[in-house]
Design a binder for this molecule. Structure first.
Ligand SMILES: Nc1nc2c(c(=O)[nH]1)N[C@H]1C(S)=C(S)[C@@H](COP(=O)(O)OP(=O)(O)OC[C@H]3O[C@@H](n4cnc5c(=O)[nH]c(N)nc54)[C@H](O)[C@@H]3O)O[C@H]1N2
Ligand SMILES: Nc1nc2c(c(=O)[nH]1)N[C@H]1C(S)=C(S)[C@@H](COP(=O)(O)OP(=O)(O)OC[C@H]3O[C@@H](n4cnc5c(=O)[nH]c(N)nc54)[C@H](O)[C@@H]3O)O[C@H]1N2
Ligand SMILES: [Mo]
Length: 784
């Protein structure tokens, strides 16, 4: 087989390729036999919830749904490799920093709490008690609790998240930046105001009934592979599936289910998308507004001829507010602007609008291609406007489906990992626990980085995640973290955040979700909430990776005990003896969790209430709101084009490859896009390559453009010709995060604009010392 990194991949998503890839992953992690056993217990009533994505299970009680990328996520946790104290004795932190993220991940599970020793630049073992005492000393020495930051990544269980927010609020701050700030914050922000709940309204059952499913800015073949099963079934029964994506994505085109024996034996596959709209990056608001314009124009036409209205006027009258003004705004928008900004022609947009009109029941799904732009909140509002026109909300087979990322990111927010807690919740906390919680809003992710940079925050505590490189503006974030007096990371694997530390630093290794969690009261299960608001139990089945690991709830409880001591109103240590006690407190704090312990033990769990699904609108108007928004023509990308008119300015979307989980790089291939053994690639259209006077296979450098006066570069990317509209580029996250300006985030939600970075492309010039950027699994020093 050719060694060239770019090869055409003609197979469908899933299929034999997926099986081969899983076999290789298990072998790489040295776990062929137990790995397979472990996989079979993922998403089973007596097993664990898959630590991969937040897509729900069709039947949590019996099915095992094969998922290539779920398998990789499980294998990453169940690996036989260990990053013990010997690793840290062998390498200084400076040396470890020279290795790639893939290599760091490949060292395996952390086994022992470690403390940074500045004198030797090595991490050295530390006891748990000493570690908690060190953190407590720092926290209690701060002039104000608001100088401490408590980050959360979305794998943390409900129990751990609840204790964590309780501790931090009793300590005295709402500084809860989380991965959600960089992810679906725009969805929560838009939906809450518009329909009264910040979550999706559909269930899996609705996928069985829908006549059309619109998928905006989401790549399920890689990021939510189990969703392909639902889409396949829908496609087979004739449901229209319309994808809106600047890139041709294999998983949106064809899928072969590895569990479908016939498809596998005959090499058969199912077409997924019936319609594929390759719009410009950031062009969704314009495209959706165009679809709405088509619907309104057609309605005028039809009713003018004496026909029945195409709109659901009964629904609009009873359930919505603002329709007249909204419709007038849409009618006033010009087709020229819509076409220019969407990158689709008028006929295509009308075809999409017609598809909407033809379909009685419509579901709209979306992902990061929608949420990470300057105008993301307005785009989501526009999508919901489209649904409202024909009452596609709160009835079977229809609704809004933001497809969440991390396996419990939605649950963490339900547990109030939130920097802007509502007053009613704080009052409840006060009443249940008898302390006065802080009332000021805390820092979100962007705010936390700014605060660390300018010294307003001095302690960083990360509950999972990889803050240093998942966040925008890698160089600025590093400056912030280094400016801290103490950085602490609760984690399963070594990552770059641990190497980007404050004056003092700790790495605290924890149990993963696949592992048995034994406390005084016996083996414990935790709970999680999926993307469709189902809450269920998750119990580990593997022995812990090391005897010296603590569970996340135990870490929080012991930290709270060490920090707050007799000041606290909460019996921390007793709570973690039996997690039922934590769940009882959750039940007392949130009405939706009444009888939590009983209900979560019913196989399959239970669904949280969703007022919008019941057509009860908890908004300022008491109705679902139509929200007018102009098609943006003055975003950073437009401004950059105006300022740098002499050279081509591209819009760069930073996305995931098939072999990564966010910052965790499992491998260097992106099979469906035909990329092998290389992550520093830049997807670009053939005409743009020619216009640059370059050729596919050339190496280029990227510089992003912003008006904050900071020069941001990312060097050495391989030009890969790809089916993507003119002026648009795509490359992988986190390699391109240095290009995302900290100062560029979505209106209202403050989500960094990682999907629309204005950049210029120039031939690659090596740095002065000839070093290439980190790209291989050997230290940078050796590359030189
Ligand atoms: N295996 C695996 N699973 C994962 C993850 C992972 O990294 N690996 N991450 C998890 C997390 S935290 C999340 S949030 C989800 C992320 O899952 P997705 O939402 O699928 O995330 P991305 O891969 O970043 O981007 C999605 C798509 O947006 C398209 N896109 C880019 N810009 C635009 C645009 O302007 N408009 C439109 N319409 N499309 C655009 C890209 O081409 C890409 O196909 O997946 C979760 N699941
Ligand atoms: N440019 C760009 N930036 C992005 C995005 C993008 O599309 N483009 N996407 C954004 C999105 S959607 C998200 S959600 C964020 C993700 O941001 P994060 O959630 O911060 O990042 P992850 O890479 O998911 O975190 C991986 C680390 O979590 C730790 N970990 C794994 N399992 C566990 C566990 O069970 N417990 C604990 N305590 N730790 C564990 C491991 O150490 C691992 O290294 O990144 C955002 N950043
Ligand atoms: Mo995410």
């Amino acid at each position: 087989m050719s060694k060239h990194p770019i090869r055409k991949y003609d197979a469908p998503a899933g299929g034999w390729g997926a099986l081969k890839s899983v076999a290789k992953t298990l072998m790489d992690q040295n776990i062929a036999v137990d790995g397979a056993r472990t996989l079979l217990r993922a998403n089973q009533p007596d097993g664990f919830d898959c630590p991969g994505c937040a897509w729900p299970d069709r039947d949590h009680t019996s099915t095992f749904e094969f998922c290539e990328n779920g398998a990789k996520a499980v294998a990453a946790e169940a690996t036989k490799f260990r990053a013990g104290p010997e690793l840290f004795a062998q390498y200084s932190v400076a040396q470890l920093r020279g290795y790639s993220d893939h290599w760091l991940e490949g060292q395996g599970r952390l086994t022992t709490p470690m403390r940074y020793d500045a004198a030797t630049d090595h991490y050295v073992p530390v006891s748990w008690d000493e570690a908690f005492a060190l953190i407590a000393r720092h926290l209690n020495a701060l002039p104000s609790p608001d100088e401490a930051i408590f980050y959360t990544s979305g794998r943390t269980s409900n129990e751990a998240a609840f204790l964590y927010q309780l501790f931090v609020r009793e300590y005295g701050t709402n500084n809860f930046p989380d991965c959600s700030n960089m992810c679906h914050e725009s969805s929560g922000t838009a939906l809450k105001k518009q329909i009264g709940v910040g979550k999706g309204t559909v269930s899996l059952h609705d996928f069985e009934l829908a006549d059309a499913i619109f998928i905006f800015g989401q790549n399920p073949g890689t990021n939510h592979p189990r969703m392909l099963g639902e889409l396949r079934e829908a496609a087979r029964r004739g449901c229209a599936i319309a994808s809106f994506n600047p890139l041709r994505e294999r998983g949106l085109e064809r899928f072969a289910d590895p569990q479908d024996k016939v498809a596998m034996l005959t090499n058969g596959s199912t077409r997924i998308s019936s319609d594929y709209f390759q719009l410009k990056i950031g062009g969704d608001l314009a495209a959706i507004k165009g679809m709405i314009k088509h619907v309104l124009e057609r309605d005028v036409e039809v009713t003018g001829q004496g026909g029945d209205s195409l709109l659901d006027h009964a629904f609009i009258a009873e359930h919505t507010a603002g329709f007249e003004a909204f419709a007038a705004d849409v009618m006033a928008e010009s087709w020229d602007v819509i076409v220019d900004e969407s990158g689709l022609d008028e006929a295509q947009i009308r075809r999409a609008g017609e598809l909407y009109l033809r379909s009685e029941r419509v579901i709209a799904c979306w992902g990061m291609g929608i949420t990470q732009h300057k105008h993301s909140v307005a785009t989501i509002n526009m999508l919901v406007n489209l649904l409202l026109l024909r009452g596609n909300l709160g009835r079977p087979g229809a609704g809004a489906c933001p497809v969440r990322g991390h396996s419990n990111v939605q649950g963490d927010r339900t547990m109030m990992i939130y920097e802007k807690p509502p007053v009613a919740f704080l009052d409840r906390l006060r009443d249940v626990f008898g302390f006065e919680p802080p009332r000021e809003d805390g820092f979100d992710t962007v705010g936390a980085i700014e605060a660390m940079i300018d010294g307003r925050a001095k302690v960083f505590f990360g509950m999972g995640g990889n803050f240093a490189i998942a966040t925008p503006d890698t160089e600025a974030t590093a400056r912030g973290l280094r400016n801290c007096a103490l950085t602490v990371n609760v984690t399963t694997k070594l990552n770059r955040t641990h190497l980007t530390h404050g004056q003092e630093a700790l790495i605290l290794p924890c149990l993963g979700r696949t592992e048995i969690d034994i406390q005084a009261g016996g083996a414990q299960g935790v709970t999680v909430e999926d993307s469709m608001s189902m809450v269920h139990l998750s119990s580990g089945i593997n022995p812990p990776a090391s005897d010296d690991l603590l569970s996340e709830p135990a870490i929080v409880a012991r930290l709270a005990h060490a920090t707050l001591g007799a000041r606290s109103r909460v019996p921390w240590l007793a709570l973690v003896e039996d997690y039922d006690r934590i769940r009882d407190l959750i039940a007392r704090t949130f009405d939706d969790f009444r009888d939590f312990n009983a209900r979560v033990r019913v196989p399959g769990g239970f669904r949280l209430s969703n007022t919008a699904r019941d057509r009860h609108w908890v908004t300022a108007t008491g109705k679902a709101n139509f929200v007018a928004a102009p098609v943006p023509t003055d975003n950073p990308i437009h401004r950059a084009r105006r300022m740098h008119g002499d050279r081509p300015v591209f819009t760069l979307a930073t996305t995931r490859s098939h072999d990564q989980y966010n910052t965790t790089v499992y491998g260097l291939d992106d099979r469906y896009r035909g990329v092998f053994g290389e992550r520093r690639v830049l997807f670009i259209g053939a005409e743009d390559i020619a216009a640059l006077g370059m050729r596919a296979g050339d190496w280029v450098d990227l510089e992003s453009l912003s008006d904050d006066g900071v020069r941001r570069q990312a060097k050495r990317f391989l030009l890969v010709e790809y089916d993507i509209p003119r002026g648009c580029l795509a490359a992988y996250y986190p390699e391109t995060n240095p290009l995302v300006p900290l100062s560029s985030y979505a209106d209202e939600s403050r989500t960094p604009t990682s999907k629309s970075v204005p950049v210029i492309v120039t031939p690659h010039v090596p740095d002065g010392d000839g070093a290439t950027p980190r790209q291989r699994d050997i230290p940078a020093a050796v590359v030189r």
